[in-house]
Design a binder for this molecule. Structure first.
Ligand SMILES: Nc1ncnc2c1ncn2[C@@H]1O[C@H](COP(=O)(O)OP(=O)(O)OP(=O)(O)O)[C@@H](O)[C@H]1O
Length: 235
């Protein structure tokens, strides 16, 4: 049997602000296979972003273990975590965080300067269906197009894993579906492992597996017998 790409074991995370302690994760176990598309659902505050930030090397667990391939993330120094993020991980957030004074092409090309084995910025923009728009500035692009530029920027370094926190949260359903189609294409063509956080339960249908969070734990993990194309999902 092949070894999982990610293995999360009994992870807890608590935040302390003054006298107040918040228990964001209360013992999470999870594995992700290479090439798997996972959707993370759950109420606000249930710990989804906290877990993704820890798996993405942006934050540290309070206890427990997180392994990615042969990286023991929970034992990494800050320097090792930075290298892990740079070499292996792409992030897509709800708000696109593009640099307004740079064109779509330049926003993506910035990453190619520090990546180990990037694709060409134009190739990444073609992958998200925006080759014709690469000389446009963010203000000249719709929200969905800006999000696709953000996805191109995340995939241009050929990450093995892509973490998406509410990637369609700011988009109407038609535009959101286009963005999900791009994510499915990247997953299928590059075998990129993905974890997508959403409040939109309909999106669960595009995943291989759906994890439901509640109160800092994973309450349920369901494998979809049939996956839907984003174009067949409606909300
Ligand atoms: N940096 C922080 N400092 C203090 N508390 C935090 C911090 N980050 C998250 N929390 C708390 O941890 C809990 C889990 O937050 P988290 O953002 O992981 O939830 P979520 O499921 O992603 O929620 P949402 O769907 O609203 O984004 C919440 O109670 C939140 O207030």
């Amino acid at each position: 049997m092949s070894e999982a790409l990610f293995e999360v074991k009994d992870v807890t995370k608590s935040y302390r602000t003054g006298d107040v302690e918040v228990q964001a994760l209360r013992g999470v176990d999870l594995t992700l296979e290479r090439g798997e598309m996972a959707v993370m659902l759950g109420p606000s505050g249930s710990g989804k972003s906290t877990l993704l930030n820890i798996m993405g090397g942006l934050d540290r667990a309070t206890s427990g273990r997180v392994r990615f391939a042969d990286h023991e993330l929970t034992e990494h120094t800050e320097r090792q975590l930075t290298r892990y993020r740079r070499d292996h991980v792409g992030f897509v957030f709800q708000f696109y965080n593009l640099i307004p004074s740079l064109t779509a092409y330049e926003n993506v090309a910035l990453v190619t300067e520090i990546a180990r084995n990037p694709m060409d910025a134009g190739e990444a923009l073609a992958m998200v269906g925006l080759k014709e728009r690469m000389d446009h500035f963010p203000a000249q692009l719709s929200g969905g197009e800006q999000q696709r530029v953000a996805i191109a920027r995340a995939i241009v370094k050929r990450p093995e894993v892509l973490f998406c926190d509410e990637p369609t949260g700011a988009l109407d359903s038609k535009t959101g579906i286009l963005v999900l189609e791009v994510l499915c294409r990247v997953n299928a063509e590059f075998d990129t492992t993905m974890a997508i956080i959403t409040h939109n339960a309909a999106i669960r249908q595009i995943a291989h597996r759906v994890f439901s969070f509640r109160d800092g734990r994973i309450e349920e993990a369901v494998t979809n017998a049939v996956r839907l194309q984003p174009s067949s999902v409606s909300w």
